[in-house]
Design a protein around this ligand. Structure first.
Ligand SMILES: N[C@@H](CCC(=O)N[C@@H](CS)C(=O)NCC(=O)O)C(=O)O
Length: 325
């Protein structure tokens, strides 16, 4: 794609969102390399904002409201399709319960985050890929970056574990009598949430029936959310999702107890710590810190506290307006 057509696509997305974006991060207001489309309360977006903060990378930030359906706006979807097509995995039309492209079976053209790299002219999608792209592209993280070569395989294993956690199911809570989510989320069921997205796709399909690219995007997204509504949210599936998250916490507790380094894998913060920090902050926000508080998993409790206090996690999640429920 030419830089000219990329500029047109981004300008259209900016106009659809009705904002020019806000500059985030250190340095003077020189032209910015990165432009990020994210949502305050999206865990995938939080990972990217935290990595940008950890790497001291300034960027132009556009906030989308995912509950209002901003990520389905035609101009935004057209921009994101460029990134999806670059992955080459096709569009996902079923739901695994996690947000992972690898586990889910493809790319979703109606979600956040999306990164534009003005230096390379790329649209980069999928939080894990975006974070690796930022780390490889910038010298601001640490001297070896957030994914030093000698730890790459172990860091990747942690990122995959986190990427495959059932975050979509967890967001929608446990069965009502066991639900520990904060008040505003209680009573919202996953089925109603997913079906509201199905209905939104149907309205958009009717409105853009003659636009091949949009029809492709909304058809896949409709099928994915219908699949979610039909098979992710019965009581047993919800309990299984929380049980899988607790098992990941138990594995992390054992690794932390065995670790001889300041952070999980190294003396310096790696991308594994940034991702775990975001994930543990989300679990705490949903009331799933019962997995480690009250002495249940002491090493994890201390680690959750330390990662929560990382400047990058504070800036991108804890203190970011609207990031916590
Ligand atoms: N694999 C993608 C998944 C992105 C994703 O699922 N984003 C969610 C928020 S974390 C979203 O935008 N949901 C809005 C919707 O489905 O309507 C990534 O990691 O970036």
């Amino acid at each position: 794609m030419t830089m000219h057509s990329l500029k047109d696509l981004v300008n259209d997305a900016r106009a659809a969102l009705n904002n020019e974006g806000t500059r985030i991060g250190p340095g003077d207001p020189a032209p910015l390399r990165f432009e990020l489309f994210s949502a305050a309360n999206s865990i995938c977006s939080q990972k990217v904002r935290a990595v940008l903060a950890q790497c001291s990378q300034p960027y132009r930030s556009h906030m989308l409201d995912i509950f209002a359906g901003d990520s389905y706006l035609p101009a935004y979807v057209r921009l994101r399709l460029v990134g999806c097509d670059a992955i080459g995995a096709g569009l996902v039309n079923r739901h695994s319960g996690s947000t992972s492209v690898a586990a889910g079976g493809g790319c979703d053209a109606a979600v956040v985050p999306t990164l534009v790299d003005w230096q390379t002219g790329e649209v980069v999608v999928d939080s894990k890929r975006i974070c690796l792209h930022i780390d490889a592209a910038t010298a601001g993280c640490t001297s070896l970056g957030l994914r030093p070569d000698h730890l790459a395989a172990r860091i990747d294993a942690e990122l995959d574990t986190i990427d495959n956690l059932p975050n979509y199911q967890m967001l929608n809570g446990l069965p009502p009598s066991e639900d520990r989510r904060p008040g505003p989320l209680r009573g919202r069921t996953g089925v109603a949430f997913a079906m509201s997205k199905v209905e939104r796709c149907e309205r958009l399909l009717a409105a853009h029936a003659d636009d091949e690219a949009l029809v492709r995007a909304y058809t896949a997204k409709r099928a994915k959310e219908l699949d979610a509504a039909q098979q992710l949210f019965d009581a047993q599936r919800m309990r299984d999702a929380y049980a899988r998250a607790e098992a990941a916490c138990e594995a992390l507790e054992r690794k932390l107890q065995a670790a001889r380094t300041r952070w999980l894998l190294d003396e310096e913060v790696t991308m594994a710590d940034v991702f775990w920090g975001v994930e543990l902050a989300r679990m705490a926000n949903l009331g799933a810190d019962s997995f480690w508080i009250d002495g249940t998993r002491p090493a994890l409790a201390a680690y959750a506290d330390r990662t929560r206090n990382l400047d990058a996690i504070r800036q991108a999640v804890i203190d970011w307006p609207g990031a916590c429920f």
